[in-house]
Every structure is written in structure tokens, then in C-alpha cells.
Design a protein around this ligand. Structure first.
Ligand SMILES: Nc1ncnc2c1ncn2[C@@H]1O[C@H](COP(=O)(O)OP(=O)(O)OP(=O)(O)O)[C@@H](O)[C@H]1O
Ligand SMILES: [Mg+2]
Length: 145
């Protein structure tokens, strides 16, 4: 249940709708400075052999993680004027499963996320990550579209 002391989780993949979700969560946080914001991006390192011989896996992994950390630094900068407690996370794994585990472990009260993300195929209203999170999450989900 959303209360004035809620902890809001924002799954972020740098898509336009995840940017809108972040704006929405920041607008909610402005209603009460006891609301806490957690912004999470999940890095899934590709395991394709197409890279073999050009880069080793560790270098690919490091490149993905460091790009994600830079993205989170920009978000921290964006949120720095909020009086609210904010945290950013770069996690590794399957985005859908990792996000559902995160909200369980961190007692999130609300998830604010986009209906679609980076792949943006329009035939279905929800992408695979938002679809899974809506089905499996233990708290309410606010879908931005
Ligand atoms: N790797 C990720 N880390 C954190 N949040 C994510 C990630 N991927 C998606 N999201 C969140 O889920 C929302 C919906 O994205 P989703 O990935 O489900 O759609 P899609 O990219 O259009 O489709 P799909 O990935 O199934 O091909 C995004 O707006 C974002 O809030
Ligand atoms: Mg996606």
C-alpha cells in the first residue's frame, strides 16, 4: 500500500518511457520528502560467440557495467536537488527476475516503470520485462505509457 513513507522502485533502461517513469517517480517524491526512490538498471551481458576473438567476456562485461554506471551517475545528478533519500543500483542478470527479486528484498511499496523499453516493438502493449514484473511483483505497479 502506498503511504507517505513509501519506497518507490524505478526500473530504468534509458528508453524514453523509462525516462518518463523516472520523471513520474520524481514528481511523486516531491509530494513528500519521506518518500524514498530506488533507481535500478539491470545489465544482461550478451553471451554470443560472435564477439569471440575480438573481445573476451570480461571486457564486454566491464564495458556494459561501466556504461550502466555512467548512466546512473547522470541520474544521480538529475535527482540531486530532491530532498528525498535516493539510491541507484547497477545489477547483473535477467532484468525481469532481478527486478522482481529486488522489490522483494528491498521492501519496495510501488514500482514505476514504462510499458515498453528499448526494443519498443509496438504490437503488444507490454514488453517482456514489464509483463513479467506486473505478473510477479509483490507490490503495485504504475505503468507509464
Ligand atoms: N534492463 C533493464 N533494467 C531495468 N529496467 C528495465 C530493463 N529493461 C526494461 N526495463 C523496464 O521495463 C520497461 C519495459 O521494457 P521492456 O524491456 O519490457 O520492453 P521492450 O524493450 O519494449 O521489449 P522487450 O525487452 O521484451 O523486447 C522499461 O520502460 C523499463 O522501465
Ligand atoms: Mg527491453
Amino acid at each position: 500500500m502506498l503511504t507517505v513513507c513509501s519506497r518507490i522502485a524505478v526500473p530504468y533502461d534509458d528508453s524514453e518511457l523509462s525516462k518518463k517513469a523516472l520523471e513520474t517517480a520524481m514528481m511523486l517524491a516531491k509530494q513528500d520528502d519521506r518518500i524514498e526512490l530506488d533507481i535500478i538498471t539491470v545489465v544482461q551481458v550478451p553471451t554470443t560467440v560472435a564477439y569471440y576473438g575480438v573481445y573476451n567476456d570480461d571486457r564486454i562485461r566491464e564495458a556494459h557495467l561501466s556504461a550502466a554506471k555512467e548512466m546512473m551517475n547522470a541520474i544521480e545528478e538529475k535527482m540531486k536537488d530532491l530532498p528525498n533519500k535516493t539510491r541507484t543500483f547497477v545489477l547483473e542478470g535477467s532484468p525481469a527476475h532481478t527486478l522482481v527479486d529486488f522489490v522483494k528484498q528491498n521492501d519496495s511499496d510501488l514500482i514505476v516503470m514504462g510499458s515498453r523499453g528499448l526494443s519498443g516493438l509496438k504490437e503488444m502493449f507490454l514488453g517482456s520485462v514489464s509483463h513479467y514484473v506486473v505478473q510477479k511483483s509483490t507490490c503495485p505497479v504504475y505503468i507509464v505509457k
